[in-house]
Design a binder for this molecule. Structure first.
Ligand code: GDP
Length: 315
């Protein structure tokens, strides 16, 4: 069976263009649990290139519009961009919001940008295993990776499982900042964008509300969360957002960046095992000494060994 699935090497993907990447991303969904796929993903995870930004916020706040603007800016500086748009609607309704996603407009002839929609799952608060794997892969291939997901209330947490820098979008006059404060969501973003800054006074008021809300939380690191006013259609504030992203990346440095990614990987492995084998399986997994080093290999090894233990217990 495995013979039918040809898992490419990472180097092949580096030179193979969009078609090869699309095929590899499809394999993430179909070849799960195979050694070759785990090897590819671990090779990619160990050789990261991109700064991964996560963009989240409620529907209608302006995420797709902002994503388009960011893609345009990055491409104009010859930076390559991979985008993963997490589609929450596919969970319940089979993709009612995909029309929304179609608004992400990229030049099909531009080899330097790749946009992929992925279904959300009821795991990691909405980010699927496949999304985490796709981020690991695209992170090794592009200069920039942007993960875009709808977040409402607690599900804003989603994106922190996959992003180096989390951008939370709120819009003027929405009361979003108060809602987020109640939900405890203000602890999560590294940058807050007030969208639709062309709305003038309402936008400035939203900015000061958010700044007020942020003072109620103390972060473990000493990062001051910037609140940036952006109007995607006019381009106002986009430079401030680029600066905020660069500042946050500089703040992470190598040490915090590596620690953040390792914590994400560990969470991913644990959540995956918990989903498949429950709390008892996870407890048993913690007692195992593993041969595999990378997160995808570790997850695969744990799953195989727990399954073997289940079978021998049942026999
Ligand atoms: P998403 O659901 O978060 O992806 O939001 P969209 O990007 O689809 O934007 C929702 C609506 O807000 C659309 O009608 C956009 O044209 C509009 N919009 C987005 N950004 C801005 C902005 O900066 N200013 C104004 N005035 N409208 C915006």
């Amino acid at each position: 069976m495995t013979g039918a699935m040809r898992i490419p090497a990472l180097d092949t993907l580096r030179t193979g263009g969009k078609r090869a990447l699309a095929a590899a991303l499809a394999l993430i969904e179909t070849a799960r649990g195979t050694e070759d796929l785990a090897d590819l993903l671990d090779t990619a995870a160990a050789d990261p290139k991109a700064h991964v930004a996560g963009l989240t916020g409620p529907p209608g706040v302006g995420k797709s519009t902002l994503t388009n603007a960011l893609i345009r800016d990055w491409r104009s500086k010859a930076e390559t961009v991979g985008v993963i748009a997490v589609d929450p609607s596919s969970r319940a309704t089979g993709g009612a919001l995909l029309g929304d996603r179609a608004r992400m407009q990229t030049d099909p002839d531009d080899k330097g940008v790749y946009v992929r929609s992925m279904a959300a799952r009821d795991r990691l608060g909405g980010l699927s295993d496949d999304t985490v794997a796709a981020v690991a892969l695209m992170r090794a291939l592009f200069d920039r990776v942007l993960v875009e997901s709808v977040g409402i209330g607690q599900s804003e947490a989603d994106i922190s499982f996959a992003a180096d820098s989390v951008i939370l979008c709120v819009q003027p006059g929405s009361g979003d900042s108060l809602q987020f404060m109640k939900a405890g969501v203000m602890e999560l973003p590294d940058i807050v964008v007030v969208t639709k800054a062309d709305m003038g006074a309402a936008a400035r008021r939203a900015k000061s509300e958010v700044e007020g809300a942020l003072t109620l939380f103390t972060r473990e690191d000493d990062w001051q969360v910037p609140v940036v006013l952006v109007s995607a259609p006019t381009g106002a504030g986009l430079d401030d957002l680029h600066r905020a992203l660069a500042d946050h990346r500089a703040h992470l440095g190598e040490t915090r960046l590596v620690a953040r990614r390792q914590a994400q990987e560990a969470t991913w492995v644990e959540e995956s095992i918990r989903a498949r084998f429950g709390a008892e399986g996870l407890a048993a997994a913690r007692r195992l000494t593993l041969a595999a080093r990378g997160p995808f290999g570790r997850e695969r090894e744990i799953a195989m060994r727990l399954r073997a233990a289940l079978h021998s217990a049942g026999a």
